[in-house]
Ligand binder design. Structure first.
Ligand SMILES: *Cc1c(COP(=O)(O)O)cnc(C)c1O
Length: 426
C-alpha cells in the first residue's frame, strides 16, 4: 500500500479540509448498515437537512394563514422568489436582477429561445455540440421547425475533435469562423454532461458576438459545480436546473439568467401575469408591462413548496462560498484522478480533460474491455454501496460533490475497483 491508498492519508486530508463539516448538513443515503459513497450529485444532489423545516414552514403557513400567507411575515409568498434571488446571483456570478428561479430547465430554454432565437433567411442557424443532452437538442430542433426552417441545414452540430470525445476551443473557433455569417444563435453547455468537460464561457461569448450571433448557455452541470461569472462573461442568457449540484430535490424549480443589457428588451416573449411589473400587477389591466430584468420572463406565480428546498440549499452555498467550494472540489477530484492514475489506469481510462480548468467535479471513466465488463464493474460498485452513474456504452461517471463527498468516499471507490479487478484476474 502506498501512502496515497491509505485510510490514514484519506482521513488526514478530510481532517485538514475546512469545508468537511458541510457533510453533516446532508442526509447521506445508506447501503446496508453503512453510509453510501454517493457520487451521483451530478444527477440528483443529496437532501440538505434544512429542507424539511423550510418545506414545513410553508405547509404550516398554508394551514394557519391560508391566503394571508401571501403577505404575512416571515417569508410571505408574494415576494418569496426574491428570497432566493441574491444567493442565486452569487452562485452564478450575476446581478440579482439578472436571475430568476422559475419553471424547469427545458421550459426556460424554450422561453429564452422565443426571445433570443430570431432566425432570418440570412441568419437561420444554431450552433450546438454534437451529442448534446437530448432535451436541449429536441428544444432547438423544434424551435428551428417552428420558425419554418430546416434542422438538416440550420442545426449545426459540432463534432468532438479531441481523442476522448472532447471539443477544443480551436474547433469552436473554426466552426464559428466557417458558419458565423449564418448563425442566429450559439447554445453551449457550461460543463458537458457525458465527458465532464468545462468550457471557457467568456471566450465563446466573445467569438459568438464577434460573428453577430446571440450566445446562450445550458449550465445544468456547471451551476453549483464551478464558480461562474455570467455577467462578466457577457452571456445573453443561460438556463439550468437545481436538482443536480444545487441539491434542491427531484424536479426542483430551475434557474434562468438574462443579461442586464436585455433588461428592458423589445424582443418578443411569451408573457404571463407574473412577468408583469410588480407595482401594477394587481390592477389587473389588459396591457403587459414587463418587469425589467429576468423576472419579466416569469409566467405564473411560483410553486412556493418547490422554492423552499432551493432556499434551504442556497443557505449552504452562501455559507461555503463558491470559490472555497471550488478549491475543495479541485482537491477531491485531483485525489480521485491521482488514485486512478497510480493504481487503476489499466481498468479505468479518464475521458474528462486532464487540465483542472477544463473540468468540474466529475470524472467520466471508460472501463477497459467494453460494455459487459463496464456493467459488471458498475454493478459490483453498487453492490458495495459505491454509487456512480452509468452512461452507455462503457462509461461510469464519478462526481465528488464538494459539499458532502470526502476523500474517504473516494478511497472507498478506488479500493472497490481494485478488489473487483483482483477478483477478475483470479
Ligand atoms: C439535466 C439536464 C437537463 C434536464 O432537463 P429538465 O428540463 O430539467 O428535465 C437538460 N439539459 C442538460 C444539459 C442537462 O444536463
Amino acid at each position: 500500500m502506498t501512502e496515497l491508498f491509505s485510510d490514514d492519508d484519506a482521513r488526514a486530508r478530510d481532517a485538514a479540509d475546512p469545508l468537511s463539516t458541510f457533510r453533516g448538513e446532508f442526509h447521506i443515503p445508506r447501503h446496508e448498515s453503512a453510509e453510501m459513497a454517493y457520487f451521483c450529485g451530478n444527477s440528483l444532489g443529496l437532501q440538505p437537512k434544512g429542507v424539511r423545516a423550510m418545506v414545513e414552514e410553508v405547509l404550516d403557513k398554508w394551514a394557519r394563514e391560508a391566503v394571508e400567507g401571501h403577505f404575512l411575515e416571515p417569508a410571505p409568498w408574494m415576494p418569496y422568489h426574491a428570497l432566493v434571488r441574491e444567493p442565486l446571483a452569487q452562485v452564478v456570478g450575476a446581478l440579482p436582477s439578472e436571475v430568476v428561479a422559475m419553471n424547469t430547465l427545458t421550459v426556460n430554454l424554450h422561453l429564452m429561445l422565443v426571445s433570443f432565437y430570431r432566425p432570418t433567411r440570412e441568419r437561420p442557424a444554431i450552433l450546438l455540440e454534437a451529442g448534446a443532452f437530448p432535451s436541449d437538442r429536441h428544444a432547438l430542433e423544434s424551435q428551428v421547425r417552428f420558425h419554418g426552417f430546416d434542422p438538416a441545414t440550420d442545426l449545426i452540430e459540432l463534432e468532438p475533435d479531441e481523442p476522448e470525445g472532447t471539443v477544443s476551443m480551436a474547433a469552436i473557433e473554426r466552426a464559428i469562423g466557417e458558419h458565423g455569417h449564418r448563425l442566429a444563435l450559439i447554445l453551449w453547455p457550461g460543463v458537458q454532461y457525458r465527458t465532464g468537460q468545462a468550457f471557457d464561457l467568456a471566450a465563446i461569448v466573445r467569438l459568438g458576438h464577434a460573428a453577430g450571433a446571440v450566445v446562450g448557455f445550458d449550465l445544468a452541470h456547471a451551476v453549483g459545480n464551478l464558480p461562474l461569472r455570467l455577467h462578466d462573461a457577457g452571456a445573453d442568457f443561460a438556463v439550468w436546473c437545481h436538482y443536480k449540484y444545487m441539491n434542491s430535490g427531484p424536479g426542483a424549480v430551475a434557474g434562468c439568467f438574462v443579461h442586464e443589457r436585455h433588461a428592458n428588451t423589445e424582443r418578443p416573449r411569451f408573457a404571463g401575469w407574473w412577468g408583469h411589473r410588480q407595482d401594477t400587477r394587481f390592477r389587473m389591466g389588459p396591457r403587459f408591462e414587463p418587469t425589467p430584468g429576468a423576472e419579466g420572463w416569469q409566467l405564473s406565480n411560483p410553486p412556493i413548496l418547490g422554492l423552499a428546498p432551493l432556499r434551504a440549499s442556497l443557505e449552504l452555498f452562501t455559507r461555503a462560498g463558491m470559490e472555497p467550494l471550488r478549491q475543495r472540489s479541485l482537491r477531491l477530484t485531483g485525489y480521485l484522478e491521482a488514485l486512478i492514475r497510480e493504481r487503476l489506469s489499466d481498468t479505468l481510462q479518464i475521458v474528462t480533460p486532464r487540465e483542472p480548468e477544463r473540468r468540474g467535479a466529475q470524472l467520466s471513466l471508460r472501463v477497459a474491455g467494453g460494455r459487459e465488463r463496464g456493467r459488471a464493474l458498475f454493478e459490483h460498485l453498487a453492490a458495495h454501496g459505491v454509487l456512480g452513474d452509468w452512461r452507455e456504452p462503457d462509461v461510469i461517471r464519478i462526481s465528488p460533490a464538494p459539499l458532502y463527498n470526502t476523500h474517504a468516499d473516494i478511497l472507498r471507490f478506488a479500493r472497490c475497483v481494485a478488489e473487483w479487478r483482483r477478483d477478475q484476474n483470479h
